[in-house]
Ligand binder design. Sequence first.
Ligand code: AMP
Length: 219
Amino acid sequence: MRLILVGPPGSGKGTQAKLLAAREHLTHISTGDILREGIRTDTPLGRLARPFMQSGQLVPDDLVNELVADRFRRDDRPDRFVLDGYPRTLAQANSFDQVLRQQFLSLTAVVLFAIDDEEIIRRLSGRWTCPLCSTTYNVINRPPQRPDICDKDGTPLMQREDDKECTVRERLRAYHRNTQGLIPYYRDQGLVREVTAAGDVEAIYANLVQVLKQAGARC
Ligand code: AMP
């Protein structure tokens, strides 16, 4: 199975990618994770990517395209994979197609996580984090026992800059702008499958497996 997951921030696609990887024995490739690791270990790639990531912008296409192409050129290149967070633009999709052609690989499906913007805003802006131990709570489905206080260490909870409503709205606008060309491109190839991304993790996973079966993938 060779999958691309596309979805807005907060749609749960990262969680689903990890579950698919574990249960279906797929290689999980997350460009966000690779870039964050590059920043943590201060690699040349990390140094180039840092200013873009810190300001919430996309890293330039050339940089991520090279990173992914390199992953597929290695001797241990993945044969079965789930890509999470790449491609994010039409230019990235074009570049990835070239990589796939060079490796004689074809995609099984491009899974689009369908969820209302307002639901994303409700989810993310309800998220509060402990600045001491990083535990995350959600006023809707995982509230702390005492309002605004971490259950583990009693520290007052904070809202991450990323999770504030106006930032979430901006991230969603960027997502729609960037994926505008991406989805029609894969739709024309007959690859797009939509998954309803509402409900809990296992409910979404069940939808995902169902959709993949319809796409002819063996789960
Ligand atoms: P993510 O963990 O997928 O939300 O990615 C976190 C950040 O990494 C993004 O906001 C971008 O700055 C960068 N990033 C990850 N993947 C890509 C990509 N395919 N293209 C450009 N930037 C990316």
